[in-house]
Design a protein around this ligand. Structure first.
Ligand code: HEM
Length: 452
């Protein structure tokens, strides 16, 4: 079990503040969030609607699994996220449209299809390794940024079936800048103001968003013209049909989904990998154990579809990293009607969140909750846990469709990189959390990387 003060990167506020809403909304979750089953930010700010937060696995199970039909996505997530991902994407659609679209995409996420992607995961990691071999080794490297480039190369391949279809560097940079608008959109939504209001940097973000959607539309048109019929996600989107109405996706739905997969499919995995490398840099013993495992299982060969599932400790490191730093800090819903959830009365227009950041560090659920201990995820221990005590990918019918993809991808990339490089912290670096779309740190995560 390894502990470092950086693992608790902020002090919770006793009372919420607007400053924290903009800088790091997690500061507004009170100290009791880590001890009690439920909290609310009710009535603290005039004008702002009551929001409920769950940190009890039973109540979360009720919301996401047993009574899932009684909820939709919440308006705060929809309004603040749809400035980045269009509302026609799978993430937002509800009811019958969600059902057939999700079913049409499911084959792309079957285990065998994903195992076949292992060489893609490894080759994208090796391209990053080659770049690091050529760089001066004493200079700090931002591993968050590096992992965004690796996971974007992976998702480009999985979504489009090819790489180099467009300028990935420019696309990723524009995407990341666009996330900065989300904290403003959240404030506007909380104050019931229109989300199109200007804010510092908004005209640049609007230009970026236009570029991103125009590029996505161009990719779609090019694919249609070439008539491709591969296993790639783009071809499954083009072929998808609602079995009831027989309708295919409209252009708006296709573009929204294509862009949605490019964003959701790379940003979350990049953040989880960045935190994993940073945690391993702090805990050299776990880093050596992971390296030994990769060498013992794959030797000098590439990680393959046959060896990847034997990398048990690598997987546990990723799971523990997503416990301490879940890429999505919360999962939101809103009841269709006024209801009771456990002992709590919830009105139909009030958002309810599974508060993952606090759930994963809850005193009742975890020993030494702020310490890094990958052995918590040894199979027998993980099995004994409530299914909603740990849920970086969500739970229930709307669980992340990319969960299996992301776990294999991150395992292959982490094992490939840690086998050949040593990661150490940069002395004097102070961590500051700045969550927007995901739980990113402000200014990236610099580490020293040496070839071994
Ligand atoms: C570490 C990596 C990832 C994490 C932590 C993550 C987390 C999540 C979470 C928390 C949700 C919302 C679940 C809910 O509302 O109940 C979600 C939904 C989704 N994710 Fe992921 N995700 C990851 C990777 C991926 C990847 C690789 C893809 C695609 C290749 C993907 C595509 C999606 C989509 C399309 C949805 C919406 C699903 C629906 O509403 O039916 N995600 N993800």
């Amino acid at each position: 079990m390894f502990h470092d003060p950086d693992f608790t990167p902020f002090t919770p506020n006793e009372r919420p503040s607007w400053r924290s809403t903009k800088r790091n909304f997690l500061e507004n979750w009170p100290p009791s969030a880590y001890r009690e089953d439920y909290f609310t930010l009710e009535g603290v700010w005039p004008l702002v609607r009551r929001t409920h937060y769950l940190t009890d696995p039973e109540m979360i199970e009720e919301m996401l699994i047993t009574r899932t039909e009684s909820f939709t996505r919440d308006f705060i997530t929809v309004d603040s996220l749809s400035s980045t991902i269009n509302r026609d994407a799978l993430f937002f659609v509800e009811g019958g449209d969600w059902k057939w679209q999700r079913r049409a995409l499911a084959p792309a996420f079957r285990h065998e299809s994903l195992l076949a992607l292992t060489p893609t995961f490894v080759n994208c990691a090796k391209a990053q390794a080659d770049a690091w071999r050529c760089a001066p080794q004493a200079a700090p490297v931002d591993v968050m940024n590096a992992m965004s480039n690796v996971t974007f190369a992976v998702i480009e391949r999985a979504v489009l079936g090819v790489t180099g279809a467009f300028d990935g560097g420019k696309f990723v940079a524009a995407m990341q800048e666009s996330f900065a608008g989300m904290s403003w959109q959240r404030i506007f939504t909380l104050l019931r103001l229109p989300t199109w209001l200007p804010f510092p940097g908004s005209s640049k973000i609007n230009r970026d968003m236009r570029y991103l959607y125009d590029e996505t539309a161009r990719l779609l048109a090019a694919r249609r013209a070439s008539g491709g019929q591969t296993q790639a996600i783009i071809d499954r989107l083009l072929a998808a049909k609602d079995p009831e109405s027989g309708r295919s996706m409209t252009d708006a739905e296709l573009i929204a989904n294509l862009y949605g997969f490019l964003v959701a499919g790379h940003e979350t995995s990049a953040v989880a990998l960045g935190w994993s490398l940073w945690l391993l840099a702090k805990d050299q013993a776990s880093q050596a154990r992971l390296r030994d495992e990769a060498r013992a299982i794959a030797g000098g060969a590439d990680i393959s579809g046959d060896t990847i599932e034997k990398l048990q400790f690598t997987k546990q490191v990723i799971q523990e990293s997503m416990r301490l730093f879940p890429p999505a800090a919360a999962i939101g819903r809103q009841p269709r009607e006024d209801m009771m959830l456990g002992p709590h009365k919830i009105s139909k227009n009030e958002p309810v969140y599974a508060a993952l950041w606090a759930l994963h560090r809850h005193e009742k659920l975890w020993d030494a909750p702020n310490a890094f201990d990958p052995d918590r995820f040894a199979p027998e221990k993980a099995k004994a846990r409530h299914r909603c005590a740990y849920m970086p990918f969500g739970a229930g019918p709307r669980i992340c469709i990319g969960m299996g993809f992301a776990m294999l991808e991150m395992t292959a990339i982490l094992a490939t990189l840690v086998r050949d490089f040593r990661f150490t912290p940069v002395e004097g670096h102070r961590l500051e959390l700045a969550p927007d779309f995901t739980t990113r740190p402000k200014g990236g995560l610099p580490l020293i990387i040496e070839k071994i």
